[in-house]
Design a protein around this ligand. Structure first.
Ligand code: ATR
Length: 288
């Protein structure tokens, strides 16, 4: 591309940022959509988050993605916060507005769009959610907000599950999240559930692990999403498939969180065919 005086700059702040797929997503989108925009990763140390957000604004940077470990740390330095991002308490996209950045959480709108694209329904569904860390907490908010009937939140550390349930149930205004320890799935009614895997177990290079190994757990699943995308087929997904369930990884969530950020920065709508083209490139890039 030709970088000139009018080229818009967007980027990612995080630590580390070396392995990010976001430049692939955004630079491909910009090229395909004829937008004079370049996207670059910026390594930001923990003590420099305020300087990075204010400095980016001073440099007229159009928009930023925010990744681990800065998703909550950026919030005090924003002009405005989207209501869902405020509830979740984590921001992954900053959009330039008059006087400062507005923070959004496109991880969750990205997961929602990814699930819709696979025909997975949330409203009225009984759901199993594995994990109560930062990622699962955001998913719990999303499932509660999108009208899941019940979300059985299973976590190794029950106190963390209790804390997430309390917080989400209060914010959503109904007792939708039911906290449990991992082995308590045995007490659930024997029906088929939507299951979301939000723990870090099974993440590359620990590819041979799943947070629950017992085959009878997987008999309860009819459709599953693992937030992990590396490896492309996690042990959790394999166990789901062996029990006859459909299973998807987190790569489409990553794609759509980027697409939605791009749409916010450029006030455009990205075609589904272009999303699929980029998805193909992402699949190539994460092969292990
Ligand atoms: P993230 O922000 O990616 O969600 P996190 O906040 O560290 O990361 O959360 C990691 C999640 O994976 C937690 O639910 C954690 O369970 P605990 O709350 O009990 O720590 C879960 N997890 C990580 N390693 C695990 C393991 N070996 N067995 C079971 N759960 C595990």
């Amino acid at each position: 591309m030709q970088i000139g005086g009018k080229t818009k700059v967007c980027g990612l702040i995080g630590n580390p940022v070396e392995h990010t797929l976001s430049p692939l997503i955004h630079n491909h989108l910009a090229k395909a959509m004829g937008e004079d925009l370049v996207y670059v990763p910026f390594l930001v140390e923990n003590q420099n988050v305020e300087a990075a957000v204010k400095g980016a604004y001073a440099l007229s940077i159009t928009g930023l993605n925010v990744t681990v470990p800065h998703k909550s740390a950026v919030i005090p330095y924003l002009k405005e916060l989207d209501p869902l991002a405020e509830k979740i308490g984590a921001v992954n996209t900053l959009v330039r507005t008059e006087g400062g950045y507005k923070g959004y959480n496109t991880d969750m709108s990205g997961l929602l769009r990814a699930m819709k694209s696979e025909g997975i329904q949330i409203e009225g569904k009984e759901t199993l959610l594995l994990g109560a860390g930062g990622a699962s907490r955001a998913v719990a908010f999303m499932l509660g907000t999108e009208g899941a009937k019940k979300v059985y939140l299973l976590n190794r550390t029950i106190d963390r599950a209790l804390a997430v349930a309390k917080e989400v149930n209060e914010a959503v205004g109904r007792e939708v999240i039911i906290p449990m320890s991992l082995s308590e799935y045995k007490s659930l009614p024997g029906q088929k559930y939507l299951c979301i895997q939000g723990t870090s177990v099974g993440l590359y290079p620990d590819c041979d692990k799943a947070v629950i190994e017992e085959p009878d757990f997987y008999e309860m699943v009819d459709v599953a999403v693992d937030l992990i995308y590396k490896p492309a087929d996690t042990r959790f997904m394999t166990l789901c498939r062996e029990a006859g369930a459909k299973a998807y990884n987190g790569l489409k969530m990553l794609l759509y969180q980027g697409v939605i950020a791009y749409e916010l920065w450029n006030r455009v709508q990205v075609d589904e065919s272009l999303c699929q083209e980029i998805y193909g490139k992402m699949k190539e890039a994460v092969k292990v």
